[in-house]
Design a protein around this ligand. Structure first.
Ligand code: C5P
Length: 227
């Protein structure tokens, strides 16, 4: 089942403690975002890749796109202040399509199987997100004192990709701007329209490269893949 993917790639390196966009940091021989691009380049169901990038980084990103022959990149949109702005800019730039996937360029280890299940679910339900069950015990606290131990069986750690019917996510993104609503993921924008969002169980490997120790984990995943 065909889809278009939107990759927000206009973040910074703050939590990574890098003095540049963390996506340009290398895992072994190439920048993080290229691993992500290659997953979609190699997926026959992926029709088009769109990237949200900072204006001043467009040429370096485009350089790598050409060098690594990522021919499915159809275009770029200008990244915004918040991730949500970057995603919206891309959604407004892409031609109308059936299913659109939103995926953090900072998650290079997404599996083809999860992508396929997300696209199929979004095709029938309109909205589907990748998530994994919470492994740890979770507690709420106020001033360092536990107020509640939350039932772990109901908790999911949410990832990207998040897959949507094109018209639904565009409507949700526009509605969020009109209401000045800032969510932490695209699913929240759809949830606030009252539309159900289906969870698709993903893998723990689909980690977001966020803080320095994630790079160690990322390298270990790559090493395990070549063994
Ligand atoms: O900062 P964080 O890792 O949560 O960002 C998730 C993804 O969103 C990254 O791929 C990052 O490049 C992107 N992003 C963006 N525009 C922003 C902030 C983040 O495209 N303003």
């Amino acid at each position: 089942m065909k889809y278009t993917v939107v990759l927000p790639a206009a973040g910074s390196g703050k939590r990574m403690k890098a003095n540049k966009n963390k996506l340009l940091l290398e895992l072994f021989d190439k920048p993080i975002f290229l691993y992500t691009l290659e997953v979609f380049q190699q997926d026959p169901q992926c029709e088009a890749i769109w990237l949200a990038v900072k204006e001043e980084e467009r040429s370096i990103i485009d350089h790598y796109v050409t060098k690594y022959r990522i021919t499915k990149v159809h275009g770029y949109a200008d990244g915004g202040m918040e991730r949500q702005d970057s995603v919206r800019a891309c959604l407004e730039a892409i031609p109308p399509c059936g299913v659109v996937l939103v995926h953090d360029a900072a998650r290079p280890f997404i599996s083809r199987d999860v992508i396929t299940r997300l696209v199929e679910t979004a095709k029938t339900c309109g909205a589907a997100i990748a998530a994994v069950p919470v492994k740890d015990t979770i507690k709420k606290a106020a001033n360092g004192i536990i107020t509640e131990t939350v039932d772990r069986n109901q908790l999911w750690m949410v990832q990207t990709p998040q897959a949507f019917d094109y018209n639904l996510i565009l409507k949700a993104a526009k509605s969020a701007v009109e209401d000045d609503f800032l969510g932490t993921d695209e699913a929240m924008l759809v949830e606030r329209l009252g539309h159900p969002v289906q969870i698709v169980e993903s893998t723990y490997e689909n980690v977001k490269m966020t803080t320095p120790e994630d790079l160690i984990y990322g390298k270990a995943i790559l090493e395990s893949q070549i063994q």
